[in-house]
Design a protein around this ligand. Structure first.
Ligand SMILES: Cc1cc2nc3c(=O)[nH]c(=O)nc-3n(C[C@H](O)[C@H](O)[C@H](O)COP(=O)(O)OP(=O)(O)OC[C@H]3O[C@@H](n4cnc5c(N)ncnc54)[C@H](O)[C@@H]3O)c2cc1C
Ligand code: SF4
Length: 492
């Protein structure tokens, strides 16, 4: 146990400082700054961990991260032990330490009557210092099995599966349709939440371990740089589909055809490319425009931070659900992950949030461009949005961004070519061992689970790799399987 009296001596959470808003919105770099005094706060915070007999945080984290063990090592100043225990369950704490919503913290036992231990921040500090100190090295397998695996998709699920299978001795190639590796880590999530150099560092580690990357190849596509599903099946002993859930939800209301209305996942990748030094022809920009973002989740917040940095005149983020409570509501008790009002770094930087509103129409300027949204307040007390009569109004907007989530995998292309079944919610069907309806073809991440989180994608990739390894070794694998395809979060 870290400090037996730590939780009695230190009762408050201490988190690292973020760069001042007026400074950070001038650039695309990460919002955090590291200061010397943060190191002492980190030791104090790790000392608050009570090393509970039943560490609920293990269950809160889909990866089953060994949180009390690395808290203890951090408190004792043993970085080598801390990173070993962290990497024992998580391939990429550099991603989760920056991007995870930290369900572990809402299930921390200390959280029953005190603010929870700052688990996510301790995780991030361990991995960042481990990289700085050269403790993150390639783990090259002792011997090769001679078996081959194709992983389709290079988001966190594909990368985790590929790393586990490579380390188990299989020869793994990762195919990616985009020109660069990373999935949503690369072109969805903005630089100010996670700089892309972290993806590049992991790619370098994986390449040194033996994983091969094939970017710019559309598996199942019909362009010149494509590979067919049957080619893949012939060339490899097993295939892992980690293709994400890429069908975007749309809003088919009158005026949808107007110019100036874009999907978030058309807008964000362009901004990410520009932040990476590329030039994008006809880039959609928020500069000097009134912007409305439809959708109150992570993607919407990423659009907000991006529009702020591009110099939008005003930004409004709309959410159809009512504003959540500030504190844990009684019907979502500890250790569940509660729906509460959260303020992301982008929300600190500006813009307004409006709740319980629905868009009924996009209004044009007479020249084919969007000029405003007509919205109405909605009453959700019956479980469905009921428009409140007399509450219709207009919100000016010359740029509208649709950030309303994803509805599954496209059937055309690889899914159709391989003949794998898709369920009614647009997810590739799988059995208890992550195998699809086609023998030797497995699925991991958002493609199988539906739109989710990075921590779940990594857990899926790890568990799927164990199943693929067992398939190739005739039924046995030593790889860890943190979850089953049916495992769900601890929710209310
Ligand atoms: C804008 C945005 C912000 C988000 N922010 C967060 C956050 O802060 N924290 C968090 O936990 N989660 C966040 N999420 C969710 C998270 O990014 C996803 O749950 C996660 O990336 C899913 O991982 P994946 O590997 O299953 O799929 P993806 O990351 O979607 O990767 C799938 C990859 O497969 C490739 N692919 C698809 N079809 C083919 C094909 N036929 N051939 C070759 N390649 C193909 C795609 O190009 C893509 O690169 C966010 C999502 C979005 C959209
Ligand atoms: S991966 Fe997420 S849930 Fe797991 S320990 Fe880290 S922050 Fe917590």
């Amino acid at each position: 146990m870290a400090d037996p009296r730590g939780f009695l001596k230190v009762t408050a959470r201490e988190l690292p400082t973020r760069r001042p808003v007026p400074v950070r919105i001038q650039d695309w770099r990460e919002v955090y700054e590291r200061r010397e005094e943060d190191a002492a706060a980190l030791v104090r915070q790790s000392g608050r961990c009570m090393d509970c007999g039943i560490p609920f945080c293990h269950n809160g984290c889909p990866l089953g991260n060994l949180i009390p063990e690395w808290n203890d090592a951090t408190w004792r100043g043993r970085l080598g032990d801390a990173i070993d225990r962290l990497h024992a369950t998580n391939n990429f704490p550099d991603f989760t330490g920056r991007l995870c919503p930290a369900p572990c913290e809402t299930s921390c036992v200390l959280g029953i009557n005190q603010p929870a231990v700052t688990i996510k921040n301790i995780e991030l500090s361990i991995i960042d210092r481990a990289f700085e100190d050269g403790l993150v090295t390639p783990q090259v397998p002792d011997r090769l099995t001679g078996k081959t695996v194709a992983v389709v998709g290079s988001g966190p699920a594909g990368l985790a599966a590929a790393q586990q299978l490579t380390r188990a001795g299989h020869t793994v190639a990762v195919y990616e349709r985009d020109d660069k590796i990373g999935g949503l880590l690369r072109y969805g999530i903005p630089e100010f939440k996670m700089e892309k150099r972290h993806v590049d560092l992991r790619m370098a580690q994986m390449e040194a371990e033996g994983t091969r990357f094939r970017a710019g190849i559309d598996v199942g596509g019909d362009g010149p740089n494509s590979v067919s599903g049957s080619d893949l099946m012939q060339r490899y002993d097993a295939v892992v589909l980690a293709v994400g859930a890429t069908i975007r939800r749309d809003l088919p209301v009158p005026g949808r055809e107007l110019s100036g209305i874009h999907q978030a996942m058309d807008y964000l990748p362009q901004a990410n490319r520009v932040a990476d030094g590329e030039t994008v022809e006809d880039q959609t920009l928020a500069t000097d425009r009134d912007v409305v973002i439809i959708g109150g989740g992570d993607t919407g917040a990423d659009c907000l931070g991006t529009a702020t940095r591009q110099g939008a005149r005003s930004v409004v983020q709309l959410e159809i659900m009512p504003r959540p409570a500030d504190a844990r509501p009684g019907n979502q008790p500890w250790p569940t992950y509660p729906m509460i009002y959260r303020v992301s770094s982008a929300h600190e930087e500006g813009g307004e949030r409006e709740y319980a509103v629905s868009t009924v129409e996009f209004i044009g300027d007479g020249e084919g461009n969007v000029r405003a949204l007509k919205v109405v307040e909605v009453d959700m007390s019956g479980g469905r949005p009921e428009p409140v009569p007399g509450t219709e109004r207009e919100i000016p907007a010359q740029l509208v961004l649709l950030a309303m989530g994803f509805t599954g995998v496209p059937k055309a292309g690889i899914v159709e070519q391989l003949g794998v079944s898709v369920d009614a919610r647009g997810r590739i069907e799988r059995g208890e061992d992550f195998e699809t309806s086609v023998a030797g073809v497995y699925v991991a991440g958002d493609a199988g689970r539906g739109q989710s989180l990075i921590v779940w994608a990594i857990a899926e990739g790890r568990a799927c790799a164990a199943a693929v390894d067992a398939y190739m070794r005739g039924g046995r694998s030593d790889l860890p399987a943190p979850i089953r395809p049916t495992t769900v979060a601890i929710t209310a």
